[in-house]
Ligand binder design. Structure first.
Ligand SMILES: Cc1cc2nc3c(=O)[nH]c(=O)nc-3n(C[C@H](O)[C@H](O)[C@H](O)COP(=O)(O)OP(=O)(O)OC[C@H]3O[C@@H](n4cnc5c(N)ncnc54)[C@H](O)[C@@H]3O)c2cc1C
Ligand code: SF4
Length: 502
């Protein structure tokens, strides 16, 4: 069983994955200086499990053993809440995306969806899925969640695309299983995972039956090609030195995954053709995943710390507007955390027994995340001063002649070190413009769905008839049927912990 960060890194070696980066195949991703920081970030999830088992592990009902929380199926509200607390802590420790939440949220959503497909169609998916969960838990594997197709023309359904491969679909069937073809974009941590779970990315209709495929496959399955995604300033980690990268140890990872007739055996298929359950899966997955973005509040803690540190090095920490800006950053950051953790506390059990967070508040959390980290980044750059984008390189700082000049002229307040000042500025650059801005900013915008996707979900659950009923009652207007202000349903039933209709 993979238990420590070191076990994990060792487990990735020698897999002969077909990975492309800079137009060349990568021999061993583990040893590539640009890839390694992303592997270190995943390794941190194992090390946290060792140092804080209450936070980052749970006892599995399927194996009877303590397993990494990223592989655990939430059996209570506390389990869902602890996912968020673990995510905040890992954001604090790594300052980046630690890549395992997509897999965790895929497992938790599939628990209920497979159960409900079986209930309606008499299929054997749920037991297969439980067997897979127990298998991954007893091995300690990392699971990547592959949902987002490349999608081609966004206005057309999968079956209506000019090229059917723009959505992953079943290309061939045998008695033993199915073969899939297509491509998934932006896949977080896919090369650092052991298994991928492939899922549809949107609501499907009857004509999209062949696209309604969910299955688990090993990352090194025959027929998979990975094309590594570039990140801003990524080659700095190949230049030697650790100052200019800003966060030398940790980074995120995304890649495109291309499937060409990749086999999934029957025992690893969890949906095949039940197109009417694709929307349920997408909505449940995004429900969990949109409040997983509490990870950004952990990264935000790092950015606030960096902003406070640079203000200290610049000698302005006590200025009232600086203190107020740090308060504003904290307010924004805690708003993200508050909505995420509230969604988790307002979890409810599904028919299968898994607990699912609150859909309304999870969407509010993610919608905040599409905006607030950008404002946090703006304030951090305000406090940083222009040097965050104009400072010289580590080589210049270490140069025999230029170095002493830079040490003298780039010094902040007396008693602070020039190098420490530059290190903090590079970290702010890393989080707001560089490598980890991928996770902190643009992923905050699009990951788990672009902003409009949350607005659609919020609109669906806004219960305007109920609210009109409240207003009309107080205004002395007769209330229409269906708008009774005393009957709780859907979101309001969850708010008041009531049975629908109470
Ligand atoms: C850093 C990062 C990591 C990610 N990690 C993962 C991962 O691990 N696994 C995974 O499965 N996915 C992952 N994603 C994918 C993420 O879920 C998608 O980026 C998101 O769903 C948006 O899809 P898109 O990027 O194709 O953008 P698009 O869908 O092209 O959206 C671009 C714009 O067009 C609008 N738009 C799109 N379709 C329509 C339409 N039909 N009508 C009107 N407007 C439309 C959107 O609202 C948006 O404003 C990741 C994304 C990022 C950026
Ligand atoms: S962006 Fe956050 S939620 Fe998504 S995988 Fe990375 S750390 Fe987890």
């Amino acid at each position: 069983m993979i238990r420590t960060g070191k076990d994990y890194i060792d487990s990735l070696r020698g897999r002969r994955l077909n990975v492309y980066l800079f137009g060349e195949q990568v021999d061993e991703p583990v040893d590539h200086p640009m890839i390694r920081p992303s592997i270190n970030a995943v390794a941190a999830t194992f090390d946290l499990a060792g140092s804080n088992p209450e936070l980052a592990t749970a006892v599995s009902p399927y194996t009877g053993e303590r397993v990494n929380r990223f592989l655990h199926i939430a059996a209570s509200r506390e389990d869902v809440v602890n996912q968020n607390k673990m995510q905040r802590r890992l954001g604090q420790l790594t300052g980046t995306c630690f890549q395992r939440c997509v897999g965790m949220d895929a497992l938790n959503s599939l628990h209920s969806v497979t159960w409900e497909i079986d209930e309606e169609h008499g299929t054997p998916y749920h037991q297969r899925f439980l067997d897979f969960v127990a298998f991954t838990q007893s091995s300690g594997y990392v699971i990547g969640g592959a949902m987002t197709d490349v999608k081609g023309d966004r206005s057309k359904a999968p079956h209506a695309q000019a090229d059917l491969d723009l959505y992953v679909h079943v290309s061939r069937r045998t008695d033993e299983g199915v073969y899939i073809t297509g491509a998934k974009a932006h896949q977080t941590g896919c090369i650092n995972s052991h298994w991928l779970i492939v899922m549809p990315t949107l609501r499907l209709g009857e004509d999209d039956r062949e696209f309604a495929i969910v299955g688990a496959l090993p990352v090194d399955a025959e027929g998979i090609t990975y094309v590594y995604g570039r990140q801003s300033c990524d080659t700095r980690s190949m230049e030697g030195g650790d100052l200019d990268v800003g966060n030398a140890k940790y980074g995120g990872q995304e890649a495109m995954v291309i499937f060409k007739d990749v086999f999934i055996p029957n025992e690893h298929i969890f949906m095949d053709g039940e197109y009417d359950f694709a929307a349920m899966l997408v909505e449940r997955f995004t429900c969990y995943h949109r409040r997983s973005y509490v990870c950004k509040s952990g990264v935000g803690d790092v950015l606030i710390g960096a902003a406070a540190a640079i203000a200290d090095y610049n000698g302005v920490e006590k200025a009232s507007h600086i203190r107020d800006k740090l308060v504003e950053m904290t307010h924004l950051n805690e708003t993200i955390y508050s909505t995420g953790i509230a969604a988790s506390y307002q979890s409810v059990p599904m028919k299968s027994g898994v607990y699912k967070c609150d859909d309304m508040i999870a969407n509010v959390c993610k919608h905040h995340v599409t905006k607030m980290p950008y404002e946090l980044a703006r304030i951090a750059q305000d406090l940083a001063g222009g040097l965050v984008v104009t400072m010289p390189s580590q080589q210049d700082l270490e140069h025999e002649e230029i170095g002493p000049l830079l040490q003298k002229f780039l010094k902040g307040r007396e008693g602070s070190s020039t190098e420490d000042r530059l290190r903090i500025l590079r970290l702010i650059e890393n989080l707001t413009l560089g490598r980890n801005a991928v996770g902190y900013l643009t992923e905050s915008m699009h990951g788990a769905g672009s902003p409009q996707a949350q607005r659609v979900q919020i609109a669906r659950q806004s219960q305007l008839e109920f609210k009109k009923g409240l207003a009309k009652t107080l205004a002395g207007i007769a209330v229409d049927e269906g708008g009774q202000p005393t009957e709780f349903a859907e979101y309001m039933a969850r708010v008041f912990d009531a049975e629908p209709g109470d």
